[in-house]
Design a protein around this ligand. Structure first.
Ligand code: AHG
Ligand code: MN
Ligand code: MN
Length: 336
């Protein structure tokens, strides 16, 4: 008989690392895992049913056309967090205002705040390319019974108590950290469970892959342009030229680079002075995971996890991946 460890078993075992834990964070992670399985089911049959395509003229807070699965995933995660009773506030990419859950009875005493990108890489759904979900969990600061304030909702990334992503790919995986390393679980569809497949994940200190949307090259800052040229140069000693891989789903690009070593860059451009990616539910959780795996995450001038957020939907430039590769980019930026 093969011995497997399910996500549920693993979460309960790890609760012992937090001596005063009452199981609330464990239940929250379990709730997210359940919603992920439901979203996975829909993503996998996206080609079969009329769930593909956009919902009429529905657009999200950024004026981007929302796909039906964005809406579905958003609803599923919010419903799971609401019913689970451990989350007091959800900030979602798909909702302009966050959602306060404390006025529903079951979440009255909930201690956690969740920031979520319910479906990352949604432009890839129609073409059968991997998509994901990214989440970040904070503990509320205001005492129970008092109203939440900006101090609760806009905490820096170092205050995350857990973060993770789900990749709906050739297999579906959930990867998460609570600040004690990174563990990956693969969904076994035959038993409907996430099973521990990648314990204690570490990103190689260097790699051969660089991931950036080079179509925007002419609008990149000089340091980034110079780094791209550096990646393309021939140099046997440093294993160059590197290989370019860019999927357009951050989760998928990050997951591949986490396993193989590499760097992911979404810089500021002439038209987007803060880049495209969102701090609270894309960059912070990914930065927490990558740092926990031994890598680095910077905006080019600042460690992502140290940024003091100003608003829920704030964008920041992102340079994330193998530590030596991130250091090299920072050298080019400093000299430019
Ligand atoms: P989302 O689907 O949640 O809006 O995120 C898409 C993001 C990210 O996943 C990806 O890396 C990036 O946008 C791709 O943007 P470009 O098409 O501009 O390269
Ligand atoms: Mn996204
Ligand atoms: Mn999204």
């Amino acid at each position: 008989m093969i011995s497997i460890k399910t996500l549920g078993q693993f979460i309960i075992e790890k609760q012992a690392d937090f001596p005063y834990a009452k199981g609330e964070l464990s239940r929250l992670l379990r709730d997210i895992g359940i919603a992920a399985k439901i979203v996975n089911r829909e993503v996998n049959k996206a080609g079969l049913v009329d769930i593909l395509g956009s919902i009429g003229d529905s657009t999200n807070v950024f004026g981007e056309n929302q796909k039906k699965l964005d809406v579905f995933a958003d609803e599923q995660f919010i419903a799971a967090l609401k019913d689970g009773g451990e989350c007091c506030f959800v900030a979602s990419e798909e909702q302009e205002e966050g959602i306060l859950l404390t006025d529903t009875g079951v979440s009255k005493d909930a201690k956690y705040i969740v920031c979520i990108d319910p479906l990352d890489g949604s432009s890839n759904i129609d073409v059968n390319v991997s998509v994901g979900t990214i989440f970040s969990i904070y503990r509320r600061i205001s005492p129970l019974g008092e109203s939440l304030t900006e101090q609760d909702l806009l905490q820096n990334g170092l205050k995350q108590v857990a973060a993770g992503y789900i990749i709906y790919g050739s297999s579906t995986m959930l990867v998460y950290t609570t600040g004690k390393g990174v563990n990956g679980f693969t969904l076994d569809p035959s038993i409907g469970e996430f099973c521990l497949s990648n314990p204690n994940m570490k990103i190689p200190s260097s790699g051969k892959i660089y991931s950036i949307n080079e179509g925007n090259y002419s609008k990149f800052p000089n340091g980034i342009k110079q780094y791209i040229k550096y990646c393309q140069e021939e140099d046997v000693a440093s294993n160059r030229p590197y290989t370019s891989r860019y999927i357009g789903s951050m989760v998928a690009d990050i997951h591949r680079n986490l396993l193989m070593g590499g760097i992911f860059i979404y810089p500021q451009t002439a038209g987007q002075p803060y880049g495209k990616l969102r701090l609270m539910y894309e960059c912070n959780p990914i930065a927490f995971i990558i740092e926990q795996a031994g890598g680095k995450a910077s905006t080019g001038t600042e460690r992502i996890l140290e940024i003091e957020p100003q608003e829920l939907h704030q964008r920041v430039p992102a340079i994330v991946g193998s530590s030596e590769m991130v250091d090299k980019v920072l050298e080019f930026i400093a000299q430019s």
